[in-house]
Design a protein around this ligand. Structure first.
Ligand code: GLU
Length: 447
């Protein structure tokens, strides 16, 4: 295969689907050499099949707001690839959701899920519904209307949605309530990220952030460094930023910044457990403002409007918010300010120019599909618990999560170690995930 030829074809077919094209290019460029050593893949046209979703559902979602006004949004489910297990991936509720965004996320999810060591295929879904400023009742009515269309596409052995940006345990609760009513099926394994009293796994809320820090620890260890005392800048203040902050502090790091769409909150002496708890309240308020942290803790945090977390001096940068949130200029500013490591926690959080800059300027870098895989891995553990009608203790889940993150790091090292001994984590993660899915597709024939 030739990446440029495949990309030219996809560009002509899907003009304007920029996030999707960006994600596909990144993976194909990394795997091209390895792929071309396998003529059997080329013969079965594995790559041409792998870049297209198996199928996509698009549906109208109509609901009534608190003023009695009828509103209409669009809902989607992209079932990307089922070579290694049933479709699995989150739902994103955000005003900028488009088919391109969900295709990029479903494509990434396929390789990420392959890395987790668990049998899960890749999927993603969501809606252009904007949760910002919505009341609890509006969120509930939207979730119910969304499930009214989605329920026929999903099932515990077929497709298992979960949360993502704008979808947390509250939304999963409303979605599950409506699913049961429509499907008359009471198997909790149809969704993950559930409440802990009705089938949710202990530690699932923390898992993406905790897993990211376990991966970061492994990467630092391999580079002969220690996270203790490191200054960490985190973007976002949602579920992922919350879990990452909690674990970073537990491991002895100092979290000096969190951010939001309104600007950055600098915390020179480090975030405290009380502030970390407050992040949950900020998220639940649906105001989407990080400034609230500085208002609540004026002695420890100060807010600067319009600035990103990457303007704050740090050792380690952890993008935890949204795709393409860290540009090449941000990467240069981070480096100038002394940053020497960036572990991408958000999906495709760094622009290609930023990754290139980090990799060529001595900044350790690892990609989201490896770093953030602890979230979906713990969803996989939730499915196992649901299927066997048991629930594990926090310690058991944490041990398994830790083991999975260690395995993902090992796989990246195995496939990403270069001739000069350095580790290209982008290549490592992409090749490890891709080869597993490609092999499974090959063994299952032309379908
Ligand atoms: N949305 C998360 C991700 O990007 C989690 C998906 C899941 O738990 O299924 O991996």
């Amino acid at each position: 295969m030739k990446t440029n030829e495949i990309m030219a074809r996809l560009q002509a077919k899907y003009p304007g689907e920029s996030e999707y094209l960006q994600a596909v290019r990144e993976v194909l460029e990394s795997v091209e050499d390895t792929y071309n050593q396998h003529p059997e893949f080329e013969q079965a046209k594995i790559v041409e099949r792998m870049v297209e979703p198996d199928r996509m559902f698009t549906f109208r979602v109509t609901w009534v707001d608190d003023n009695g006004v009828v509103r209409t949004n669009t809902g989607y489910r992209v079932q990307f690839n089922s070579a290694i297990g049933p479709y699995k991936g989150g739902l994103r509720f955000h005003r900028a959701v488009t088919p391109s965004m969900l295709k990029f996320l479903g494509f990434e999810q396929t390789f990420k899920n392959a890395l987790t060591t668990l049998p899960m295929g890749g999927a993603k879904g969501g809606s252009d519904f904007d949760p910002v400023g919505k009341s609890n009742e509006e969120i509930m009515r939207f979730c119910q209307a969304f499930m009214y269309e989605l329920w026929q596409c999903i099932g515990p052995d077929q497709d298992i949605p979960a949360g993502d940006v704008g979808v947390g345990s509250r939304e999963i609760g409303y979605l599950y309530g409506m699913y049961k009513k429509l499907a008359r099926q009471y198997n909790t394994g149809v969704l993950t990220g559930k409440g802990s009293t009705w089938g949710g796994s202990i530690l699932r809320p923390e898992a993406t952030g905790y897993g990211a820090l376990y991966f970061t620890q492994n990467l630092l260890h391999k580079a002969g460094k220690d996270i203790k005392g490191c200054r960490v800048a985190i973007s976002g203040f949602g579920n992922v930023a919350w879990g990452a902050s909690k674990k970073a502090v537990e491991l002895g790091a100092v979290v000096v910044a969190i951010s939001g769409p309104d600007g950055v909150c600098e915390i020179p002496d480090g975030i405290t457990p009380e502030m970390i708890d407050y992040m949950l309240e900020m998220r639940a308020s649906n105001r989407n403002r990080v400034e609230d942290m500085a208002i609540r803790f004026p002695d420890r945090a100060f807010f600067t409007p319009g600035k990103k977390a990457w303007s704050v001096k740090c050792d380690i940068a952890l993008p935890c918010a949204f795709q393409n949130e860290l540009s090449e200029e941000d990467a240069m500013q981070l480096k100038q300010n002394g940053c020497w490591c960036c572990c991408e926690v958000s999906n495709m959080g760094c622009q290609p120019g930023a990754i290139h800059y980090f990799q060529h300027n001595g900044v350790l870098f690892a990609p989201g599909k490896a770093v953030n895989a602890g979230g979906v891995a713990t969803s996989g553990l939730e499915m196992t618990q649901n299927a066997s009608h048991i629930s594990w203790s926090g310690r058991e889940v944490d041990e398994k999560l830790h083991y999975i993150m260690d395995s993902i790091h090992k796989a990246c090292v195995k496939y990403g170690t270069q001739a000069d001994g350095s580790i290209d984590y982008v290549k490592g993660a992409n090749i490890a995930g891709f080869m597993k899915v490609a092999q499974a597709m090959l063994e299952q024939g032309i379908v």
